[in-house]
Design a protein around this ligand. Sequence first.
Ligand code: MN
Ligand code: MN
Length: 206
Amino acid sequence: MTQTKIFGHQNPDTDTITSALVTADIEQQLGNDAVARRLGEVNPETQYALDHFGVEAPAMLEPLEDDAPVILVDHNEFQQSAENIEKAAILKVFDHHRISNFRTESPLYYRAEPVGCTATILKKIYAENDLTISREMAGLMLSAIISDTLLFKSPTTTEEDRKAAEALREIAEVDREEYGIEMLKAGASTSDKSAEALITGDAKTF
Ligand code: MN
Ligand code: MN
């Protein structure tokens, strides 16, 4: 059987990149031959998180052959996905977005929850399967939650995201606010103006 490729959406954000890496860790612990990939350049915020926890970015996805086994994270819409995704064999999806323009030929495992971040779902998958969360994977999941919820200020933030982040912070051994602000700053300096405004505006609170 061909190795399963795990990837998130185009123009990858921190949740997409780290969820691919974390899902690969889960699949490997479950004994499945699976590896993380990306569909675009790693942004500075994500690179900060990867560097902080000493994890390498996934390689770019190779062109998908027909019936290639894949797992989608942090998206499901085909127009946000890899080229030829409609002909791939989608085995699983872990996502927190609306479901749109999605169909498969075969049955699949589909996990969607209305939470603020894919990592919040993945954190539960570890627990449900009695798997070990390493410091590295905890750090990546925490980074994804901080990124998607803009440090718990986005209206999409749920109680589950907060709870997951608190548990992950302990394993990752970082200060949630201090680390979160540094990570968001690393990205905000070049791209996301709203994050920059948010951090600057709220800096005095911390
Ligand atoms: Mn995303
Ligand atoms: Mn996300």
